[in-house]
Write a protein that binds this ligand. Structure first.
Ligand code: J2J
Length: 539
Protein backbone atom coordinates (compact mmCIF):
# COMPACT_ATOMS: atom_id res chain seq x y z
CA UNK A 1 0.00 0.00 0.00
CA UNK A 2 1.39 3.42 -0.90
CA UNK A 3 1.91 5.71 2.08
CA UNK A 4 -0.33 8.80 2.08
CA UNK A 5 1.13 10.55 5.09
CA UNK A 6 4.60 9.95 6.52
CA UNK A 7 4.02 10.88 10.14
CA UNK A 8 6.44 12.74 12.37
CA UNK A 9 8.14 10.45 14.90
CA UNK A 10 6.09 10.39 18.11
CA UNK A 11 8.69 12.19 20.23
CA UNK A 12 8.84 15.09 17.76
CA UNK A 13 5.04 15.20 17.54
CA UNK A 14 4.71 15.26 21.32
CA UNK A 15 7.21 18.10 21.48
CA UNK A 16 5.26 20.13 18.91
CA UNK A 17 2.05 19.59 20.90
CA UNK A 18 3.68 20.42 24.21
CA UNK A 19 5.07 23.65 22.76
CA UNK A 20 1.62 24.61 21.52
CA UNK A 21 2.50 24.54 17.81
CA UNK A 22 0.02 21.76 17.18
CA UNK A 23 -3.25 22.49 18.94
CA UNK A 24 -5.33 19.50 17.88
CA UNK A 25 -7.91 21.76 16.23
CA UNK A 26 -9.10 21.03 12.70
CA UNK A 27 -9.93 23.65 10.07
CA UNK A 28 -13.72 23.45 10.61
CA UNK A 29 -13.09 24.08 14.31
CA UNK A 30 -10.78 26.94 13.42
CA UNK A 31 -13.52 28.55 11.30
CA UNK A 32 -16.11 28.02 14.05
CA UNK A 33 -13.80 29.82 16.47
CA UNK A 34 -13.33 32.69 14.02
CA UNK A 35 -17.09 33.07 13.74
CA UNK A 36 -17.33 33.26 17.53
CA UNK A 37 -14.75 36.01 17.64
CA UNK A 38 -15.34 37.98 14.45
CA UNK A 39 -18.82 36.90 13.21
CA UNK A 40 -20.04 40.00 11.37
CA UNK A 41 -16.69 41.35 10.27
CA UNK A 42 -15.77 40.96 6.60
CA UNK A 43 -13.77 37.79 5.96
CA UNK A 44 -13.43 37.96 2.18
CA UNK A 45 -14.46 40.03 -0.78
CA UNK A 46 -13.95 39.86 -4.52
CA UNK A 47 -15.28 41.89 -7.46
CA UNK A 48 -18.73 40.36 -7.05
CA UNK A 49 -19.37 39.60 -3.41
CA UNK A 50 -18.48 40.15 0.21
CA UNK A 51 -18.80 37.51 2.95
CA UNK A 52 -18.61 37.99 6.70
CA UNK A 53 -17.04 35.25 8.80
CA UNK A 54 -20.55 34.10 9.67
CA UNK A 55 -21.64 34.02 6.02
CA UNK A 56 -18.49 32.17 5.00
CA UNK A 57 -19.23 29.59 7.68
CA UNK A 58 -22.92 29.27 6.76
CA UNK A 59 -22.30 29.04 3.03
CA UNK A 60 -19.55 26.49 3.45
CA UNK A 61 -21.82 24.44 5.73
CA UNK A 62 -24.55 24.48 3.07
CA UNK A 63 -22.08 23.49 0.34
CA UNK A 64 -20.67 20.78 2.64
CA UNK A 65 -24.16 19.28 2.96
CA UNK A 66 -24.47 19.38 -0.84
CA UNK A 67 -21.14 17.60 -1.29
CA UNK A 68 -22.22 15.00 1.27
CA UNK A 69 -25.54 14.55 -0.54
CA UNK A 70 -23.57 13.91 -3.74
CA UNK A 71 -21.88 11.04 -1.92
CA UNK A 72 -18.51 12.65 -1.21
CA UNK A 73 -17.12 11.30 2.07
CA UNK A 74 -14.25 11.87 4.49
CA UNK A 75 -10.84 11.07 3.05
CA UNK A 76 -11.86 11.51 -0.61
CA UNK A 77 -9.66 13.78 -2.67
CA UNK A 78 -11.13 16.59 -4.78
CA UNK A 79 -9.10 18.54 -7.37
CA UNK A 80 -9.61 22.28 -7.07
CA UNK A 81 -8.82 24.55 -10.02
CA UNK A 82 -10.62 27.78 -9.25
CA UNK A 83 -9.51 31.37 -9.81
CA UNK A 84 -9.39 34.05 -7.10
CA UNK A 85 -13.08 34.09 -6.22
CA UNK A 86 -14.79 34.05 -2.83
CA UNK A 87 -16.34 30.69 -3.75
CA UNK A 88 -12.84 29.17 -3.55
CA UNK A 89 -12.93 29.80 0.21
CA UNK A 90 -16.52 28.56 0.53
CA UNK A 91 -15.62 25.34 -1.28
CA UNK A 92 -12.37 24.83 0.63
CA UNK A 93 -14.02 25.10 4.03
CA UNK A 94 -16.90 22.90 2.78
CA UNK A 95 -14.45 20.18 1.77
CA UNK A 96 -12.50 20.19 5.02
CA UNK A 97 -15.77 20.23 6.95
CA UNK A 98 -16.71 16.83 5.55
CA UNK A 99 -13.12 15.59 5.85
CA UNK A 100 -12.58 15.58 2.09
CA UNK A 101 -9.14 16.74 0.96
CA UNK A 102 -8.72 19.63 -1.50
CA UNK A 103 -5.93 19.04 -4.02
CA UNK A 104 -4.61 22.43 -5.13
CA UNK A 105 -3.86 22.53 -8.83
CA UNK A 106 -2.64 25.58 -10.75
CA UNK A 107 -4.78 27.76 -13.02
CA UNK A 108 -2.53 26.96 -16.01
CA UNK A 109 -2.60 23.20 -15.65
CA UNK A 110 -3.94 21.29 -18.60
CA UNK A 111 -4.80 17.69 -19.47
CA UNK A 112 -1.38 16.20 -18.78
CA UNK A 113 -1.02 17.68 -15.29
CA UNK A 114 -4.66 17.30 -14.24
CA UNK A 115 -4.88 13.69 -15.41
CA UNK A 116 -1.69 12.89 -13.55
CA UNK A 117 -2.89 14.59 -10.35
CA UNK A 118 -6.28 12.87 -10.60
CA UNK A 119 -4.60 9.48 -10.92
CA UNK A 120 -1.94 10.06 -8.29
CA UNK A 121 -4.47 11.30 -5.73
CA UNK A 122 -7.24 8.93 -6.83
CA UNK A 123 -9.52 11.98 -6.85
CA UNK A 124 -13.28 11.49 -7.00
CA UNK A 125 -14.09 15.06 -7.99
CA UNK A 126 -12.83 18.09 -9.90
CA UNK A 127 -13.98 21.66 -9.34
CA UNK A 128 -13.50 24.17 -12.18
CA UNK A 129 -14.66 27.56 -13.40
CA UNK A 130 -16.71 27.46 -16.62
CA UNK A 131 -14.21 29.69 -18.40
CA UNK A 132 -11.16 31.48 -17.18
CA UNK A 133 -8.51 33.48 -19.03
CA UNK A 134 -10.20 32.72 -22.36
CA UNK A 135 -9.99 28.99 -21.69
CA UNK A 136 -12.98 26.65 -21.44
CA UNK A 137 -12.33 24.43 -18.44
CA UNK A 138 -15.40 22.30 -19.14
CA UNK A 139 -13.74 20.84 -22.23
CA UNK A 140 -10.63 20.08 -20.23
CA UNK A 141 -12.74 18.42 -17.50
CA UNK A 142 -14.59 16.31 -20.08
CA UNK A 143 -11.26 15.07 -21.48
CA UNK A 144 -9.87 14.31 -18.03
CA UNK A 145 -13.05 12.51 -16.96
CA UNK A 146 -12.89 10.32 -20.06
CA UNK A 147 -9.40 9.20 -19.01
CA UNK A 148 -10.02 8.92 -15.26
CA UNK A 149 -13.14 6.91 -14.48
CA UNK A 150 -12.64 7.41 -10.72
CA UNK A 151 -13.42 11.09 -11.23
CA UNK A 152 -17.16 10.88 -10.55
CA UNK A 153 -18.02 14.52 -9.92
CA UNK A 154 -17.30 17.63 -11.96
CA UNK A 155 -18.50 20.80 -10.26
CA UNK A 156 -18.56 24.00 -12.27
CA UNK A 157 -18.44 27.53 -10.92
CA UNK A 158 -20.70 29.29 -13.43
CA UNK A 159 -22.45 27.61 -16.34
CA UNK A 160 -21.96 23.82 -16.37
CA UNK A 161 -22.77 23.72 -20.10
CA UNK A 162 -24.09 20.68 -21.89
CA UNK A 163 -21.77 17.99 -20.47
CA UNK A 164 -23.82 15.22 -18.91
CA UNK A 165 -23.30 14.94 -15.16
CA UNK A 166 -21.57 18.29 -14.64
CA UNK A 167 -23.08 20.09 -11.64
CA UNK A 168 -23.28 23.83 -11.06
CA UNK A 169 -21.56 24.97 -7.87
CA UNK A 170 -24.63 27.12 -7.19
CA UNK A 171 -26.80 23.99 -7.03
CA UNK A 172 -24.86 22.38 -4.20
CA UNK A 173 -26.50 24.28 -1.35
CA UNK A 174 -29.97 23.23 -2.57
CA UNK A 175 -28.92 19.60 -3.02
CA UNK A 176 -27.95 19.32 0.61
CA UNK A 177 -31.12 20.66 2.19
CA UNK A 178 -32.10 18.25 4.96
CA UNK A 179 -28.71 16.49 5.00
CA UNK A 180 -27.21 16.08 8.44
CA UNK A 181 -23.43 16.09 8.53
CA UNK A 182 -21.33 13.88 10.80
CA UNK A 183 -20.12 15.79 13.87
CA UNK A 184 -16.33 15.65 13.33
CA UNK A 185 -15.09 14.35 10.02
CA UNK A 186 -11.32 14.54 10.52
CA UNK A 187 -8.62 14.60 13.15
CA UNK A 188 -6.00 17.32 13.32
CA UNK A 189 -3.21 14.84 12.60
CA UNK A 190 -4.77 13.83 9.29
CA UNK A 191 -4.23 15.34 5.86
CA UNK A 192 -6.13 18.61 5.46
CA UNK A 193 -4.89 19.55 2.01
CA UNK A 194 -2.63 18.25 -0.76
CA UNK A 195 -0.33 20.86 -2.27
CA UNK A 196 1.63 20.65 -5.45
CA UNK A 197 5.41 20.34 -5.41
CA UNK A 198 7.55 22.33 -7.84
CA UNK A 199 9.03 18.96 -8.73
CA UNK A 200 12.42 17.86 -9.93
CA UNK A 201 11.72 14.49 -11.48
CA UNK A 202 9.23 13.13 -14.00
CA UNK A 203 5.76 13.98 -12.82
CA UNK A 204 4.60 16.51 -10.18
CA UNK A 205 4.44 15.26 -6.58
CA UNK A 206 1.83 15.96 -3.95
CA UNK A 207 2.57 17.31 -0.50
CA UNK A 208 0.35 16.21 2.36
CA UNK A 209 -0.26 18.95 4.93
CA UNK A 210 -2.11 18.10 8.13
CA UNK A 211 -4.58 20.37 9.96
CA UNK A 212 -2.09 20.73 12.80
CA UNK A 213 0.96 21.53 10.72
CA UNK A 214 -0.72 23.76 8.14
CA UNK A 215 -2.58 25.78 10.73
CA UNK A 216 0.63 26.40 12.60
CA UNK A 217 2.27 27.52 9.34
CA UNK A 218 -0.40 30.20 8.84
CA UNK A 219 -0.54 31.30 12.46
CA UNK A 220 3.25 31.62 12.75
CA UNK A 221 3.50 33.55 9.46
CA UNK A 222 0.71 35.91 10.56
CA UNK A 223 2.55 36.54 13.83
CA UNK A 224 5.78 37.47 12.02
CA UNK A 225 3.78 39.82 9.77
CA UNK A 226 2.09 41.28 12.86
CA UNK A 227 -1.38 40.70 11.46
CA UNK A 228 -4.49 41.55 13.46
CA UNK A 229 -8.14 42.46 13.03
CA UNK A 230 -7.21 45.63 11.19
CA UNK A 231 -5.19 43.74 8.58
CA UNK A 232 -6.39 43.63 4.98
CA UNK A 233 -4.57 41.13 2.75
CA UNK A 234 -4.72 41.59 -1.01
CA UNK A 235 -4.40 38.25 -2.81
CA UNK A 236 -2.63 39.32 -5.98
CA UNK A 237 -1.27 35.93 -7.09
CA UNK A 238 -3.46 32.83 -7.49
CA UNK A 239 -4.73 31.70 -4.09
CA UNK A 240 -4.11 28.03 -4.86
CA UNK A 241 -0.39 28.75 -4.26
CA UNK A 242 0.85 27.95 -0.79
CA UNK A 243 2.45 31.41 -0.74
CA UNK A 244 -0.86 33.22 -1.29
CA UNK A 245 -3.00 30.75 0.62
CA UNK A 246 -1.18 30.44 3.92
CA UNK A 247 2.13 32.38 4.17
CA UNK A 248 0.28 34.21 5.78
CA UNK A 249 -1.96 34.81 2.79
CA UNK A 250 -5.65 33.98 2.95
CA UNK A 251 -5.73 31.55 5.87
CA UNK A 252 -3.20 33.42 7.99
CA UNK A 253 -5.16 36.65 7.59
CA UNK A 254 -8.49 35.03 8.44
CA UNK A 255 -6.88 33.45 11.49
CA UNK A 256 -5.91 36.90 12.73
CA UNK A 257 -9.46 38.17 12.17
CA UNK A 258 -8.42 40.27 9.19
CA UNK A 259 -10.02 40.70 5.77
CA UNK A 260 -8.98 39.09 2.49
CA UNK A 261 -9.44 40.99 -0.78
CA UNK A 262 -9.18 38.83 -3.90
CA UNK A 263 -7.62 40.39 -7.00
CA UNK A 264 -8.52 38.88 -10.35
CA UNK A 265 -5.07 39.60 -11.80
CA UNK A 266 -1.73 41.09 -10.69
CA UNK A 267 -1.85 44.19 -12.92
CA UNK A 268 -0.48 47.01 -10.72
CA UNK A 269 -2.98 49.62 -11.97
CA UNK A 270 -5.88 47.47 -10.88
CA UNK A 271 -4.19 46.23 -7.70
CA UNK A 272 -3.26 49.76 -6.59
CA UNK A 273 -6.89 50.76 -7.01
CA UNK A 274 -7.88 47.86 -4.75
CA UNK A 275 -5.24 48.88 -2.20
CA UNK A 276 -6.70 52.39 -2.07
CA UNK A 277 -10.35 51.32 -2.06
CA UNK A 278 -10.04 48.65 0.65
CA UNK A 279 -7.21 50.20 2.67
CA UNK A 280 -5.06 47.11 2.05
CA UNK A 281 -2.25 46.64 4.59
CA UNK A 282 -0.33 43.69 3.10
CA UNK A 283 0.07 41.99 -0.25
CA UNK A 284 2.43 39.51 -1.92
CA UNK A 285 4.01 39.43 -5.36
CA UNK A 286 6.91 37.65 -7.09
CA UNK A 287 10.17 39.14 -8.45
CA UNK A 288 8.81 38.99 -11.99
CA UNK A 289 6.15 41.56 -11.05
CA UNK A 290 8.53 43.80 -9.12
CA UNK A 291 9.67 45.91 -12.12
CA UNK A 292 6.11 46.65 -13.30
CA UNK A 293 4.96 47.46 -9.79
CA UNK A 294 8.02 49.71 -9.35
CA UNK A 295 7.19 51.46 -12.57
CA UNK A 296 3.55 51.99 -11.66
CA UNK A 297 4.30 53.27 -8.18
CA UNK A 298 6.25 56.16 -9.77
CA UNK A 299 3.25 57.30 -11.80
CA UNK A 300 0.21 56.22 -9.85
CA UNK A 301 -2.23 58.63 -8.33
CA UNK A 302 -3.62 55.87 -6.10
CA UNK A 303 -3.27 56.35 -2.36
CA UNK A 304 -1.10 53.49 -1.11
CA UNK A 305 -0.59 54.91 2.38
CA UNK A 306 -2.43 52.00 4.03
CA UNK A 307 0.14 49.47 2.76
CA UNK A 308 2.48 48.32 5.53
CA UNK A 309 4.04 45.17 4.07
CA UNK A 310 4.95 44.22 0.50
CA UNK A 311 6.00 40.58 0.36
CA UNK A 312 8.19 39.43 -2.53
CA UNK A 313 9.14 35.80 -2.99
CA UNK A 314 9.02 32.49 -4.86
CA UNK A 315 12.18 33.27 -6.82
CA UNK A 316 15.37 35.19 -6.06
CA UNK A 317 14.85 38.94 -5.84
CA UNK A 318 17.92 40.81 -7.09
CA UNK A 319 19.48 42.96 -4.37
CA UNK A 320 19.26 46.07 -6.57
CA UNK A 321 15.58 45.57 -7.25
CA UNK A 322 15.03 45.01 -3.53
CA UNK A 323 16.69 48.36 -2.79
CA UNK A 324 14.44 50.14 -5.27
CA UNK A 325 11.37 48.51 -3.74
CA UNK A 326 12.47 49.61 -0.27
CA UNK A 327 12.83 53.21 -1.44
CA UNK A 328 9.84 53.61 -3.67
CA UNK A 329 7.24 51.80 -1.59
CA UNK A 330 8.13 53.53 1.65
CA UNK A 331 6.53 53.66 4.23
CA UNK A 332 5.52 50.09 3.30
CA UNK A 333 8.21 47.61 4.33
CA UNK A 334 9.66 45.08 1.89
CA UNK A 335 9.44 41.53 3.19
CA UNK A 336 11.44 38.89 1.34
CA UNK A 337 9.81 35.48 1.28
CA UNK A 338 11.67 32.24 0.67
CA UNK A 339 9.17 29.46 1.04
CA UNK A 340 8.21 26.10 -0.33
CA UNK A 341 4.96 24.15 -0.46
CA UNK A 342 6.85 21.37 1.37
CA UNK A 343 6.85 23.55 4.48
CA UNK A 344 9.76 25.70 5.65
CA UNK A 345 8.98 29.39 5.34
CA UNK A 346 11.58 32.13 5.69
CA UNK A 347 10.61 35.77 6.08
CA UNK A 348 12.60 38.91 6.71
CA UNK A 349 11.31 40.65 9.82
CA UNK A 350 9.53 44.00 9.64
CA UNK A 351 12.17 45.56 11.88
CA UNK A 352 15.21 44.18 10.00
CA UNK A 353 17.73 46.78 8.86
CA UNK A 354 17.75 47.84 5.21
CA UNK A 355 20.76 45.77 4.27
CA UNK A 356 19.21 42.60 5.64
CA UNK A 357 15.93 43.40 3.86
CA UNK A 358 17.74 44.01 0.58
CA UNK A 359 20.17 41.12 0.57
CA UNK A 360 18.65 38.17 2.43
CA UNK A 361 15.66 35.95 1.81
CA UNK A 362 14.61 35.94 5.45
CA UNK A 363 14.88 33.49 8.30
CA UNK A 364 12.63 30.65 9.47
CA UNK A 365 9.32 31.74 10.99
CA UNK A 366 9.55 29.21 13.84
CA UNK A 367 12.22 28.63 16.47
CA UNK A 368 11.39 24.95 15.99
CA UNK A 369 12.53 24.99 12.35
CA UNK A 370 15.77 23.04 12.18
CA UNK A 371 18.23 24.11 9.51
CA UNK A 372 21.35 22.40 8.18
CA UNK A 373 23.57 23.76 5.44
CA UNK A 374 25.60 20.88 4.03
CA UNK A 375 28.18 19.88 1.42
CA UNK A 376 27.56 17.06 -1.09
CA UNK A 377 28.56 14.50 1.58
CA UNK A 378 25.94 15.90 3.98
CA UNK A 379 28.56 17.42 6.27
CA UNK A 380 27.72 20.84 7.67
CA UNK A 381 29.71 23.59 5.96
CA UNK A 382 31.59 26.27 7.90
CA UNK A 383 29.54 29.25 9.08
CA UNK A 384 28.64 31.57 6.20
CA UNK A 385 29.71 29.12 3.48
CA UNK A 386 27.26 27.99 0.78
CA UNK A 387 25.70 24.54 0.92
CA UNK A 388 22.48 22.69 0.36
CA UNK A 389 19.66 23.60 2.73
CA UNK A 390 18.19 20.69 4.68
CA UNK A 391 15.31 21.25 7.05
CA UNK A 392 12.79 19.62 9.35
CA UNK A 393 10.27 21.07 11.74
CA UNK A 394 6.67 21.33 12.90
CA UNK A 395 5.24 22.19 9.48
CA UNK A 396 7.69 20.59 7.05
CA UNK A 397 6.65 17.32 5.44
CA UNK A 398 8.37 14.01 6.24
CA UNK A 399 7.44 12.44 2.92
CA UNK A 400 5.55 13.11 -0.31
CA UNK A 401 2.16 11.53 -0.91
CA UNK A 402 2.41 7.99 -2.32
CA UNK A 403 6.02 8.39 -3.45
CA UNK A 404 8.22 5.93 -1.50
CA UNK A 405 11.05 5.79 -4.01
CA UNK A 406 11.24 9.54 -4.33
CA UNK A 407 11.08 9.92 -0.54
CA UNK A 408 14.09 7.70 -0.02
CA UNK A 409 16.17 10.20 -2.01
CA UNK A 410 14.68 13.45 -0.83
CA UNK A 411 14.90 12.96 2.93
CA UNK A 412 17.82 12.12 5.18
CA UNK A 413 17.44 9.07 7.42
CA UNK A 414 16.69 11.41 10.33
CA UNK A 415 13.88 13.13 8.48
CA UNK A 416 15.41 16.28 7.05
CA UNK A 417 13.92 17.40 3.74
CA UNK A 418 16.51 18.04 1.04
CA UNK A 419 15.33 21.36 -0.42
CA UNK A 420 17.72 21.32 -3.39
CA UNK A 421 18.40 25.00 -2.69
CA UNK A 422 21.92 26.33 -2.15
CA UNK A 423 22.06 28.90 0.63
CA UNK A 424 24.41 30.80 2.86
CA UNK A 425 23.45 31.52 6.46
CA UNK A 426 24.34 34.87 7.97
CA UNK A 427 25.24 35.38 11.62
CA UNK A 428 21.72 36.54 12.35
CA UNK A 429 20.35 33.26 10.95
CA UNK A 430 19.03 34.85 7.76
CA UNK A 431 19.38 32.79 4.60
CA UNK A 432 20.70 34.01 1.28
CA UNK A 433 19.72 31.88 -1.69
CA UNK A 434 22.78 31.52 -3.91
CA UNK A 435 21.71 28.77 -6.29
CA UNK A 436 20.17 25.37 -6.65
CA UNK A 437 21.26 21.77 -6.99
CA UNK A 438 17.88 20.39 -8.05
CA UNK A 439 17.04 19.85 -11.71
CA UNK A 440 14.41 22.57 -11.77
CA UNK A 441 13.99 25.87 -13.57
CA UNK A 442 12.43 28.79 -11.72
CA UNK A 443 10.76 30.84 -14.42
CA UNK A 444 9.69 33.97 -12.58
CA UNK A 445 8.38 31.88 -9.68
CA UNK A 446 6.85 29.17 -11.87
CA UNK A 447 8.71 25.95 -11.26
CA UNK A 448 9.56 23.65 -14.17
CA UNK A 449 10.86 20.14 -13.51
CA UNK A 450 13.34 19.70 -16.36
CA UNK A 451 12.89 15.94 -16.66
CA UNK A 452 9.12 16.24 -16.95
CA UNK A 453 9.40 18.47 -20.02
CA UNK A 454 12.30 16.46 -21.45
CA UNK A 455 10.14 13.35 -21.21
CA UNK A 456 7.44 14.96 -23.32
CA UNK A 457 9.89 16.39 -25.85
CA UNK A 458 11.55 13.00 -26.32
CA UNK A 459 8.22 11.71 -27.60
CA UNK A 460 8.66 13.98 -30.63
CA UNK A 461 9.80 11.87 -33.62
CA UNK A 462 12.33 14.52 -34.69
CA UNK A 463 14.21 14.50 -31.38
CA UNK A 464 16.93 12.03 -30.43
CA UNK A 465 18.07 13.63 -27.23
CA UNK A 466 17.11 16.77 -25.29
CA UNK A 467 18.15 18.70 -22.18
CA UNK A 468 16.18 21.55 -20.62
CA UNK A 469 18.36 24.13 -18.90
CA UNK A 470 17.74 27.51 -17.26
CA UNK A 471 19.30 30.62 -18.80
CA UNK A 472 19.69 33.84 -16.80
CA UNK A 473 17.05 36.40 -17.79
CA UNK A 474 16.56 39.97 -16.63
CA UNK A 475 12.75 39.85 -16.59
CA UNK A 476 11.99 36.35 -15.37
CA UNK A 477 15.18 35.55 -13.51
CA UNK A 478 15.44 32.47 -15.66
CA UNK A 479 14.11 31.24 -18.98
CA UNK A 480 14.09 27.67 -20.23
CA UNK A 481 16.30 26.59 -23.09
CA UNK A 482 15.91 23.20 -24.77
CA UNK A 483 19.15 21.80 -26.22
CA UNK A 484 18.04 19.41 -28.93
CA UNK A 485 19.89 16.72 -30.87
CA UNK A 486 17.87 15.92 -34.00
CA UNK A 487 16.87 12.38 -34.89
CA UNK A 488 17.83 12.99 -38.53
CA UNK A 489 18.07 16.12 -40.64
CA UNK A 490 16.36 19.23 -39.33
CA UNK A 491 15.36 19.36 -35.70
CA UNK A 492 11.92 20.86 -34.90
CA UNK A 493 11.91 24.56 -34.06
CA UNK A 494 10.43 26.30 -31.01
CA UNK A 495 7.03 26.94 -32.56
CA UNK A 496 6.64 23.31 -33.57
CA UNK A 497 7.65 22.13 -30.12
CA UNK A 498 5.30 24.58 -28.41
CA UNK A 499 2.41 23.24 -30.49
CA UNK A 500 3.51 19.67 -29.85
CA UNK A 501 3.51 20.22 -26.09
CA UNK A 502 0.16 21.98 -26.23
CA UNK A 503 -1.31 18.98 -28.03
CA UNK A 504 0.03 16.75 -25.30
CA UNK A 505 -1.88 18.86 -22.79
CA UNK A 506 1.01 20.51 -20.97
CA UNK A 507 0.68 23.86 -19.16
CA UNK A 508 1.90 26.61 -21.48
CA UNK A 509 4.59 27.98 -19.13
CA UNK A 510 6.53 24.71 -19.46
CA UNK A 511 7.19 25.14 -23.19
CA UNK A 512 10.85 26.05 -23.86
CA UNK A 513 11.47 29.76 -24.34
CA UNK A 514 14.30 28.97 -26.71
CA UNK A 515 15.48 25.94 -28.69
CA UNK A 516 19.16 25.37 -29.48
CA UNK A 517 20.23 22.69 -31.91
CA UNK A 518 23.39 20.77 -31.06
CA UNK A 519 25.20 17.97 -32.87
CA UNK A 520 25.89 15.82 -29.84
CA UNK A 521 24.86 15.92 -26.21
CA UNK A 522 27.78 16.69 -23.87
CA UNK A 523 28.12 13.92 -21.28
CA UNK A 524 29.69 13.71 -17.83
CA UNK A 525 32.34 11.05 -17.14
CA UNK A 526 29.47 8.94 -15.77
CA UNK A 527 27.59 9.19 -19.05
CA UNK A 528 24.83 11.56 -17.85
CA UNK A 529 23.80 14.68 -19.77
CA UNK A 530 26.24 17.40 -18.73
CA UNK A 531 23.82 20.21 -17.92
CA UNK A 532 26.56 22.26 -16.28
CA UNK A 533 28.44 22.38 -19.58
CA UNK A 534 25.24 23.38 -21.37
CA UNK A 535 24.45 26.08 -18.81
CA UNK A 536 27.93 27.52 -19.30
CA UNK A 537 27.14 28.08 -22.96
CA UNK A 538 24.26 30.31 -21.84
CA UNK A 539 26.00 32.32 -19.14
C1 J2J B 1 14.96 32.08 -4.25
N1 J2J B 1 14.26 30.96 -4.48
C2 J2J B 1 13.04 30.86 -3.95
C3 J2J B 1 13.26 33.07 -2.94
C4 J2J B 1 11.07 30.25 -3.27
C5 J2J B 1 6.16 31.28 -0.07
C6 J2J B 1 6.96 31.74 -1.08
C7 J2J B 1 7.30 30.95 -2.14
C8 J2J B 1 6.83 29.65 -2.21
C9 J2J B 1 7.22 28.82 -3.36
C10 J2J B 1 6.04 29.18 -1.19
C11 J2J B 1 12.49 31.88 -3.16
N2 J2J B 1 14.47 33.10 -3.52
N3 J2J B 1 12.82 34.09 -2.23
O1 J2J B 1 5.55 27.93 -1.18
O2 J2J B 1 4.98 29.54 0.87
C12 J2J B 1 12.31 28.61 -4.73
C13 J2J B 1 13.20 27.62 -3.97
C14 J2J B 1 12.18 26.77 -3.25
C15 J2J B 1 11.08 26.68 -4.27
C16 J2J B 1 9.73 26.32 -3.72
C17 J2J B 1 5.72 30.00 -0.11
N4 J2J B 1 11.26 31.47 -2.76
N5 J2J B 1 12.13 29.87 -4.00
O3 J2J B 1 7.80 29.32 -4.32
O4 J2J B 1 6.90 25.12 -3.69
O5 J2J B 1 13.90 26.87 -4.94
O6 J2J B 1 6.94 27.50 -3.27
O7 J2J B 1 12.68 25.49 -2.89
O8 J2J B 1 6.50 26.73 -5.62
O9 J2J B 1 11.05 27.99 -4.85
O10 J2J B 1 8.75 26.45 -4.70
P1 J2J B 1 7.21 26.39 -4.37
Amino acid sequence: MPVDLTEWPSDAAEGYRAAGYWTGATYPEFLAELVQRHGERTAVLDDRMRLSFRELDEQSAAVARGLHALGIRAGERILVQLPNRAEFLVLWFALVRIGAVPVHTQPGHRRSEITHLAELSGASGYVIPDRHDRFDHRRLAAEVRAECPALRHVIVLGDPGGEPGFIAFSELAGLGAGTVLPERAANAGEIAVLLLSGGTTGKPKLIPRTHDDYRYNGVAAAAVCELGEDSVYLATLPISFNYTWNCPGVLGTLGAGGTVVLAGNPDPGYCFELIERHRVTITAINPQLAPVWLDEVEHTSADLSSLRVLQIGSARLADDTARQVIERFEPAVLQQVFGMAEGLLNLTRLGDDRETLATTQGKPISVADEIRVVDPEDNEVAAGEPGELLTRGPYTLRGYYRAEEHNAKNFTPDGFYRTGDLVRRTESGHLIVVGRVKDQINRGGEKIAATEVEGHLLAHPGIRSVALVGAPDTDLGERSVAFVVAQHGDAPNRLELTKFLEQRGIAAYKAPDRVEHIETMPLTPLGKMDKKALAERLA
